[in-house]
Design a protein around this ligand. Structure first.
Ligand SMILES: [Zn+2]
Length: 509
């Protein structure tokens, strides 16, 4: 009896205890839910006043993740960010805030500071064509620590002796014009070389085909997706009229290719620059453009390129530690995003260069590279109305379709891909249409299209991969494997293609 009474008492106390714990938990939860951010903010403000900016930042960051709609917290976070060392991650975060386009005080503050930094950089580096130097927003260059770069010229008895001397001169010209910012040394062994130069007859085979003629090409050798091993320059031995290049021509060709090998992957519109290249006339740069030279704009562009964070480079430390470098969108990210302003800018560009939509196209590309697909589409639709050139209309519609794919608007993507197909029956356009059908889930239609493409063009890697993807999705692994096997038979180099890595398993077994 006594025991039971005690037990009852104990039970009562136990119940009260549990109840109190529950009430306490609810209380804490209530306070945390409603006032937690405010308490944390007071703490972060305190750290900010004590100038402990990076600690304050981490807390503001937590609060902002928890309450993303609160503009006051966003503003405080941005203000704090601007007090921190202007590292790569800080720049990246600033761009992220500016990208929101929500017209908040945080976005305005970020935008203002990005513009200020830009002005500072432009003032320091002068006029460059950095927007044309990067390839789709990718920085592929050597590490500055690797200078002097070692180059190797493969001996050959199919070209006149002056080809070698002029190639050497081309390297020296870059070094001299850059005041030794860029440095080269020759090596006698290809294995040690960063840049190799080879004279080949193979490129001359397309002499009669103006579209395919290329005086020289520079190819980066990349390992593990982002480690640069070498730049290979292949130069054809003759002009399209089957004559040897003159000494001056071969030097200009080499200077241009060395520019690519240094990391300038595009071509500026300035026809004084050694990196100028006209799409309309591939012979330009040994015929008419013989007057181009390494100008100060080229050197300034290289200097700016070498403070930008590389995506692909030869030094692992530079890849791992980006904080020391500049974040590319900080320079190129388009900040004036109202669509009227866009059109005005494009119109201005077209007024200045009426035959050249290139300026406006570059702008559209920049929007695309920065994830501003709607702006890019808007601008390109405007450009389609400014031209009758079918080649351009093809490119514009193709790009509009790709932007719609990025927006996952596959109906519009298909509409514009089909428009591109009207202007050109190029296989790229057909692959695009098939791919969009695949994205829309029309696997049967997509399969049919890919099969049709492959019937006449069996070595088209993208079509094979698309078809294999469909079979994999349908769990028809044997069929997928067959497609990939056939691809490798027609195109043994397809294995070098990065996009094929995920399929390797299927090709091996
Ligand atoms: Zn080029």
């Amino acid at each position: 009896m006594v025991l039971t009474l005690n037990m009852k008492k104990f039970f009562k106390i136990f119940i009260i205890f549990i109840f109190s714990i529950i009430v306490l938990c609810f209380g804490l939860f209530f306070i945390g839910k409603n006032y937690g951010d405010k308490l944390l903010c007071i703490y972060a403000d305190n750290l900010y006043t004590k100038k402990e900016y990076s600690s304050a930042y981490s807390i503001y960051d937590v609060i902002c993740t928890y309450k993303p709609e609160n503009t006051e917290y966003q503003y405080k976070l941005t203000k704090c960010l601007l007090k921190m060392p202007f590292s790569y991650s800080v720049q990246k975060k600033l761009i992220e805030i500016a990208q929101k386009d929500d017209n908040s005080s945080a976005e305005k503050l970020a935008t203002k500071n990005i513009l200020k930094t830009r002005q500072k950089i432009y003032k320091k580096y002068g006029e460059t064509y950095i927007e044309d130097a990067v390839n789709n927003g990718i920085i592929l260059r050597w590490s500055k620590k690797s200078f002097p770069l070692k180059y190797y010229i493969e001996p050959s008895n199919i070209v006149p002796d002056y080809y070698f001397k002029e190639t050497e001169n081309a390297f020296q010209d870059w070094q001299r014009e850059s005041d030794n910012f860029i440095k080269f040394i020759p090596v006698q062994n290809e294995i040690n070389a960063d840049i190799s130069i080879k004279f080949r007859t193979i490129l001359t085979e397309n002499l009669n085909n103006k579209e395919n003629y290329k005086a020289a090409i520079t190819t980066p050798v990349i390992e593990n997706e982002n480690l640069l091993k070498k730049m290979e320059i292949s130069c054809t031995i003759k002009t399209h009229e089957y004559e040897f290049f003159t000494p001056k021509q071969i030097k200009k060709i080499m200077e241009h290719e060395i520019g690519h090998a240094l990391g300038i992957w595009g071509h500026p519109k300035d026809n004084q620059s050694i990196m100028y290249y006209s799409l309309d006339n591939p012979y330009d740069y040994y015929e008419k453009r013989i007057d181009t030279a390494i100008i100060s704009k080229d050197i300034k562009t290289i200097k700016l390129l070498y403070i930008l964070a590389p995506d692909i480079t030869n030094n692992i430390n530079d890849l791992a530690n980006k904080e020391q470098f500049l974040y590319l969108p900080l320079l190129l990210y388009p900040l004036d995003n109202s669509q009227e302003e866009l059109i005005l800018k494009a119109q201005e560009m077209l007024k200045e260069h009426p035959d050249d939509l290139g300026y406006a196209l570059t702008l559209a590309d920049t929007y695309n590279a920065n994830g501003k697909y709607k702006e890019s589409i808007y601008l390109m639709k405007f450009l389609t109305m400014q031209t009758n050139n079918t080649k351009l209309l093809n490119i514009l519609n193709y790009n509009i379709a790709n932007n719609y794919i990025s927006l996952k608007d596959f109906d519009n993507a298909l509409l514009y891909a089909q428009k591109a197909l009207i202007y050109s029956k190029a296989i790229d356009n057909r692959i695009l249409v098939a791919y969009i059908k695949y994205c829309k889930g029309d696997l049967e239609k997509a399969e049919k299209e890919f099969l049709l493409i492959l019937e006449n063009n069996p070595s088209f890697t993208n079509a094979s991969l698309g078809l294999a993807d469909i079979y994999i999705k349908q769990k028809k692994y044997i069929k997928a494997r067959k497609v990939l096997k056939e691809l490798l038979e027609h195109n043994p180099h397809a294995l070098d293609d990065k996009s094929l890595n995920t399929y390797k398993m299927l090709t091996v077994f």
